[in-house]
Design a protein around this ligand. Structure first.
Ligand code: DAH
Length: 341
């Protein structure tokens, strides 16, 4: 009998040595201490085979083994829990001395950066910055700007109509009219903003792009003022010692009209890739405000005169940042935009 209890004890210690988890500990408890089929309970069944004098001693030994098994299991249970807790703490440990992963900050779009620079330059010359509607009536986008009813630019092949009476503006020149309706001369304003045209996108065209309009109306404004202003702008924007040239052109809302170019800041007029070998870079359109336009907004063209200009912001951004495809400006590819942070 004693032999058998000792065997149970030895088997128990072997089982215990092999244990690693709390779950297997539960199985061991069942195996030895289970009330019905546990090994210790089973050995108690033999008690009947013993003589009366042996029974008390056997009972004592069984109880002792029972307590021993109970105590050992308890001890191991505490040990395994402690080990698990320690492992969990280690796993979840936060090293507060590690450098942080800083949140990446946003930044302004290249078009915005260039627009702000243009605004700063003209504000420094005494201009104020105006805003105007992007959805416009034909009156402000065409009629008031002396654009005849038959002009091809009005066609729905060139202009995005929103309804019979409204279209997305095709030029920022509409702000000239809004401004002169509100304000009487002297006035000096620029109006940067989006314009829309039914163009097929290619490296130099996009159906939506940015212009900056300029308007200066006062007594005795002449073409010399226009030339001086744009030449100064070119110097401040692209570099001192650059020259401008004014080529005769035609716009319905100016007379006379001129296309403005400036000498290439890369080759200084010699001809290179940036100026496509011409030595000159196109800046935009300009001219003296047409008397019809002044009359339409109730300004007497005998008393006042003015100049106006319209320049492409996208083109300037492309030049300043060396971008060879303006569509990149509108694709919102972060890898592209991040370069201008
Ligand atoms: N609105 C013209 C365009 O989009 C640009 C322009 C030319 C504006 C001459 C002007 C100007 O104010 O005087 O092509």
């Amino acid at each position: 009998m004693e032999q058998s209890l000792n065997e149970i004890r030895e088997q128990f210690h072997r089982d215990l040595d092999a244990i690693t988890t709390a779950e297997s500990l539960v199985a061991i408890r069942d195996k030895y201490l289970g009330r019905k089929s546990g090994l210790i309970a089973a050995s108690k069944k033999n008690i009947g085979k013993l003589g009366a004098d042996e029974r008390a001693e056997f009972g004592r030994q069984v109880n002792e083994l029972s307590r021993e098994v109970e105590t050992e299991i308890e001890r191991l249970d505490v040990e395994i829990s402690a080990r698990n807790e320690e492992a969990a703490l280690l796993r979840e440990r936060v090293d507060v001395t590690l450098p942080g992963t800083g949140a990446s900050g946003g930044h302004l779009h290249p078009i915005t950066l260039v627009r702000q620079r243009i605004e700063d330059i003209f504000v420094s010359m005494g201009y104020s910055v105006e805003d105007g509607p992007e959805i416009e009536t034909p009156f402000y986008n065409f009629d008031a700007l002396n654009i005849p009813p038959s002009h091809p630019a009005r066609d729905s092949a060139d202009t995005f109509y929103v309804s019979d009476t409204l279209a997305l503006r095709t030029q920022t020149s509409n702000v000239q009219i809004h401004t002169m309706e509100r304000q009487k001369p002297p006035l000096r304003v620029i109006a940067p903003g989006r314009v829309f045209r039914r163009d097929t996108p290619d490296p130099t065209h996009n159906p939506m792009f940015f212009q900056v309009e300029g308007l200066n109306v006062d007594r005795h404004i002449t073409m010399a003022d226009l030339k001086g202003t744009l030449t100064k702008f070119v110097e401040m924007m692209f570099g001192v010692n650059l020259r401008t040239r004014f080529r005769p052109s035609y716009f319905p809302f100016t007379e006379p009209s001129a296309e403005v170019d400036f000498s290439c800041y890369v080759c200084d007029g010699a001809g290179c890739r940036v100026c496509k070998g011409t030595g000159w870079i196109e800046l935009g359109g300009s001219g003296m405000v047409h008397p019809n336009v002044l009359e339409t907004v109730g300004i007497d063209p005998e008393e006042f005169s003015g100049f106006a200009f319209g320049l492409g912001i996208d083109r300037m951004a492309a030049l300043m940042y060396g971008i060879d495809d303006i569509r990149l400006l509108y694709e919102n590819d972060v890898r592209f935009l991040e370069q201008f942070a």
